[in-house]
Design a binder for this molecule. Structure first.
Ligand code: FES
Ligand SMILES: [Fe+2]
Length: 420
C-alpha cells in the first residue's frame, strides 16, 4: 500500500509481503516465528519507524521532567529531533527541533530551562508555544506572515504522567487510541509517582526481540533463577484487553512481598502503592503497550522500559523506577534492592537477546516455532505480521483457535504466565 503523508510526505510501502508472514498469521500450533530478515534488514526497520512509530502514539518521557514553564527535554523519534517543553500556560508542547530559516538545529542541550528558543545560527527567536518573533531584516519581506513561520508542532498528549507524541499528527486522541487500558489503571495515580532511578542500556539486538523476550517466561528458570524463585515461570494469568496493549500478572509466592533482591519491601522503607487493592497484593503486573512501552507494576513500585530502535541490531532501552514521593522522603527509603534486582534481570535478558540477534543472522537459521509457553510472543508477532502484510486483515488469535475444533492450545496458553 502506498500512502501519501501530509507534512513530511513520506511514502510507506511495506517491504514484507503477506506471503512472507503467512506462516506467522495462523494458529499457534502451526505458526512459525517471524522471518529472520525482520531482525536484520535496515529497510524493514525504516518501514517500522515510518508506518508504526510515526503514525501512532509513542511514549517519550514523563511530565515530572518538565514541571516548570520553559523546562524542556529533547527526544529522538523516527530519526527526528523533537523538543518537548512546558509553555507559559503550563501546557506541554512538542516541536521539531528545526529552525524555519535555514534549517539549523535550534536547541543542543538535551534538557534545560529557557525563556524562549533562540537559533544559534542567525538568532531567530521562537516563544515556548512555537511562535516566531519578527526576525531582523525581515520586516520588508513580502508574503511573510509570522503566523506561518512558527516551529512545526508535533501532537502531544499525556496519560498517567507519561508523555506521548504522534509525529505525523494523524492519530486518534491518545485516550481513544489506548483502548480499555486507561480503565485498568484508573485506581492508580501513576503521575504522582517520582523517578527514583534511570538505568540506560545499549542492547545489541533488534527492538522486537526485546519485546518478545518480555512477553514470555519460558526462559525464566534458566536465565533468571532469582526472579523465578519469587515469581515462578509457570504461574500467572492473562488479563483480557482491548486495544493496543496486552497484560498479564504473576504471583509473588511464599514469604516474598515483591520483586527485589530479597523479595521484601517494608524493610526498605516502602509500602503498597496507593490504589492497590487487596487483590493486587503479591502480584506483579506486566503490560506491553504498542509499540515500545513496557510497564511493570509491582506492589510497591512502578518500572518501565522504553525500547527505542537505533538500528536493526541495536536498541536503546531506558529502564526507569518510580516510587511514592512520601515514601521516598523517609530516611530508611532504599530503592537499590529493586533497581539492582532488575538491573541483574535486565542484563540477563539482554544477554540472551544478543545471542538471538547473532544467531538469527546465520544462513542456517529459518524461522522457529512457538512453544506452548510463548503465547505472548505469538500475540506480538501476529500483530507485527498483520502490520507488515498491510492487507486490511486483522488476525484474531482466539478466532483462529476456535476455528480449529481441536486447537485448545491457544486457550490454555491464554492463562499461562508470559512476562519476565
Ligand atoms: S538557521 Fe536559524 S536563524 Fe538562520
Ligand atoms: Fe527475562
Amino acid at each position: 500500500m502506498i500512502e501519501q503523508r501530509d507534512r513530511g510526505s513520506r511514502q510507506v510501502v511495506s517491504p514484507v509481503s503477506a506471503a512472507e508472514v503467512a506462516a506467522t498469521r495462523t494458529d499457534l500450533r502451526r505458526a512459525s516465528l517471524l522471518p529472520p530478515a525482520v531482525y536484520h534488514d535496515p529497510e524493514i526497520l525504516a518501514y517500522e519507524l515510518e508506518a508504526w512509530f510515526a503514525d501512532g502514539w509513542v511514549c517519550v518521557g514523563r511530565t515530572e521532567d518538565i514541571r516548570l514553564e520553559g523546562e524542556y527535554f529533547l527526544t529522538s523519534l523516527c530519526n527526528e529531533n523533537i523538543i518537548v517543553v512546558r509553555d507559559n500556560d503550563q501546557q506541554i508542547r512538542a516541536f521539531f527541533n528545526v529552525c524555519r530559516h535555514r534549517g539549523a538545529t535550534i536547541v543542543k542541550d538535551p534538557n534545560g530551562r529557557v525563556p524562549r528558543f533562540q537559533c544559534l545560527y542567525h538568532a531567530w527567536v521562537y516563544d515556548l508555544d512555537g511562535a516566531l518573533h519578527m526576525p531582523r531584516f525581515c520586516d520588508q519581506l513580502e508574503h511573510f506572515d509570522l503566523n506561518e513561520w512558527g516551529l512545526i508542532p508535533v501532537n502531544v498528549d499525556v496519560w498517567q504522567g507519561f508523555i506521548f507524541l504522534n509525529i505525523n499528527n494523524n492519530a486518534a486522541p491518545l485516550l481513544e487510541s489506548l483502548g480499555d487500558m486507561p480503565q485498568f489503571f484508573d485506581r492508580f495515580d501513576l503521575a504522582a509517582l517520582r523517578r527514583g532511578q534511570l538505568i540506560e542500556y545499549d542492547v545489541q539486538a533488534n527492538w522486537k526481540a526485546i519485546i518478545e523476550n518480555y512477553s514470555e517466561c519460558y526462559h525464566c528458570p534458566g536465565v533468571h533463577p532469582q526472579l523465578n524463585k519469587i515469581t515462578p515461570f509457570n504461574m500467572g494469568e492473562w488479563i483480557d484487553t482491548e486495544g493496543p496493549w496486552r497484560a498479564s500478572w504473576m504471583p509473588v509466592v511464599g514469604e516474598y512481598d515483591t520483586l527485589t533482591m530479597d523479595g521484601q519491601m517494608t524493610e526498605h522503607g516502602r509500602e503498597l502503592l496507593d490504589g492497590m487493592t487487596e487483590d493486587d497484593h503479591k502480584k506483579v503486573y506486566y503490560f506491553v503497550v504498542w509499540p515500545n512501552l513496557l510497564i511493570s507494576l509491582h506492589p510497591d513500585y512502578l518500572m518501565t522500559h522504553r525500547v527505542v530502535p537505533i538500528a536493526p541490531g541495536r536498541t536503546y532501552v531506558a529502564c526507569e523506577f518510580f516510587f511514592d514521593p512520601e515514601q521516598m522522603a523517609r530516611p530508611d527509603f532504599d530503592p537499590s534492592d529493586a533497581t539492582e534486582f532488575w538491573d541483574l534481570t535486565n542484563r540477563q535478558d539482554w544477554n540472551v537477546c544478543e545471542l538471538q540477534q547473532a544467531g538469527t543472522a546465520s544462513r542456517a537459521y529459518t524461522a522457529g516455532r512457538f512453544t506452548a509457553m510463548e503465547g505472548g510472543v505469538y500475540a506480538f508477532d501476529v500483530k507485527v505480521a498483520d502490520r507488515y502484510a498491510n492487507d486490511g486483515v486483522v488476525t484474531h488469535i482466539e478466532e483462529i483457535s476456535k476455528a480449529d475444533a481441536s486447537a485448545k492450545l491457544a486457550g490454555r496458553i491464554k492463562r499461562r504466565a508470559i512476562a519476565g
